[in-house]
Design a protein around this ligand. Structure first.
Ligand SMILES: Cc1cc2nc3c(=O)[nH]c(=O)nc-3n(C[C@H](O)[C@H](O)[C@H](O)COP(=O)(O)O)c2cc1C
Length: 389
């Protein structure tokens, strides 16, 4: 057991425990989750996707401006985080709100911006326009050495290199970088091989922390990646299965019940942005999409592919994921069913736990029976755990 893990420096922010709770849209990495992780010494990460509706609903409104909503979500997570580090995940594919989400997060006092689902080419230029530019770590997500190289070359022109990089492999939750299942499962795309590729590129550009993501599950996994030379890990699925995450009661129940063979990479129909998308196949929304029972629909317009959402016009190759994800945080479920996205390890989840317990387990600390039942008073006040029954 490793009793003390090294901290992780992300530009000006010292993250005490080298664990990033990955951004999970829409609304799954809620301010209650990110705040709880920040309080436990990790980097708690929000997701900018859909915040114009989510933060508005929290304030009794219908819709807010994306910039204001991002700033408010960061402030709320910071308050719960009691001085811990908070980041924002901003997907390149949510292109219409990209700039406002970057600037709004910076207004709210974010410590790091983590950006993927496309190559975040414009991120440093947008950040440069904000007075807090020097205070915020800018962190791209990549899934190949080649993508890393392209980002270094482009960012260099702005005089700013990435403050760290997240390398995400094909076992990650949500979208993954590949478009074909065979490609995603090819041995050369195993996370360990992607890390080697990225280390090869990074060594020519300076001392930049590399973070491993996708399939990291246990304390021993974290130790392995730290020993390989990573500065830390980013984890999603484990944090999704906590009381504090935004997932609704049915989602959490399904996380506990699902089996390995229930986890699929959705493709034709798949996500409108064209990247493979991990789902639990029993998700009622996905079942409708596979049976082509969902008429073409997009009335949210978050996740675009070359500027438009193909799900608006067809239901053969793609389906609208935004409405299903919003239903799964109980925001849109008058007319829509739930859609469950998870990482490839979700079948290993056997119960929902508190962030306090999970962070202790991941650091290799003794988890007491008392801790397993620990009340998380102020966090619990904001969560939907009561619905778990
Ligand atoms: C439910 C869920 C939703 C996710 N949504 C996003 C997202 O909106 N943007 C993003 O960049 N990554 C997203 N991810 C990826 C996570 O941030 C993280 O990198 C990944 O889950 C790590 O793999 P793991 O789930 O095996 O720990 C999501 C992951 C999950 C499980």
């Amino acid at each position: 057991m490793m009793t003390q893990m090294p901290s992780m420096k992300l530009r000006n922010t010292e993250v005490q425990v080298p664990i990033i709770q990955g951004g999970m849209g829409i609304g799954l990495s809620s301010y209650t989750l990110a705040g709880a992780v920040a309080r436990e010494g990790g980097l708690g990460v929000l997701s900018s996707a859909g915040l114009d509706r989510i933060v508005a609903a929290r304030q009794g409104k219908k819709l807010m401006k994306a910039r204001e909503a991002a700033a408010q979500d960061v402030r709320d997570a910071k308050t719960l985080g009691k001085g811990g580090a908070v980041g924002m995940n901003i997907m390149v594919a949510v292109i219409n709100q990209y700039e406002d989400s970057v600037l709004g997060s910076m207004d709210g006092g974010v410590d790091a911006i983590i950006s993927g689902a496309g190559l975040p080419m414009a991120l440093p230029e947008i950040a440069l326009r904000h007075e807090r530019n020097n205070d915020v770590a800018l962190i791209p997500i990549v899934s190949s050495g080649r993508a890393m190289e392209v980002i270094f070359k482009r960012w260099k022109r702005t005089g700013r290199l990435p403050d760290a990089v997240v390398v995400e492999g094909p076992r990650a939750g949500g979208h993954i970088a590949w478009r074909e299942v065979a490609e995603a499962l090819a041995p050369e795309n195993h996370l360990d091989n992607l890390l080697k590729e990225v280390f090869e590129v990074v060594k020519d550009w300076g001392n930049i922390p590399v973070v491993a993501a996708g399939g990291v599950y246990t304390h021993d996994d974290i130790k392995k990646y730290l020993e390989m030379g990573c500065a830390g890990v980013q984890m999603g699925t484990r944090f999704l299965a906590t009381y504090e995450s935004g997932a609704n009661a049915e989602y959490k129940k399904m996380l506990v019940e699902c089996k390995e063979e229930d986890i699929e990479l959705a493709s034709k129909p798949g996500s409108p942005c064209g990247m493979l998308f991990h789902v639990i196949k029993q998700s009622p929304f996905y079942q409708q999409a596979v049976a082509r029972e969902r008429a073409p629909k997009c009335d949210k317009g978050y996740l675009l592919n070359k500027g438009h959402c193909p799900s608006k016009h067809e239901n053969e190759k793609t389906f609208c994921i935004c409405n299903g994800l919003l239903a799964s945080i109980d925001l849109n479920n008058q007319n829509e069913k739930n859609l469950y996205t998870v990482g490839a390890n979700a079948h290993r989840i056997d119960r929902i736990m508190s962030v306090h317990e999970l962070m202790a387990e991941l650091q290799g600390k003794q988890v007491s029976a008392e801790m397993m039942n620990l009340p998380v008073e102020d966090v619990r006040a904001h969560q939907r755990v009561s619905q778990l029954g």
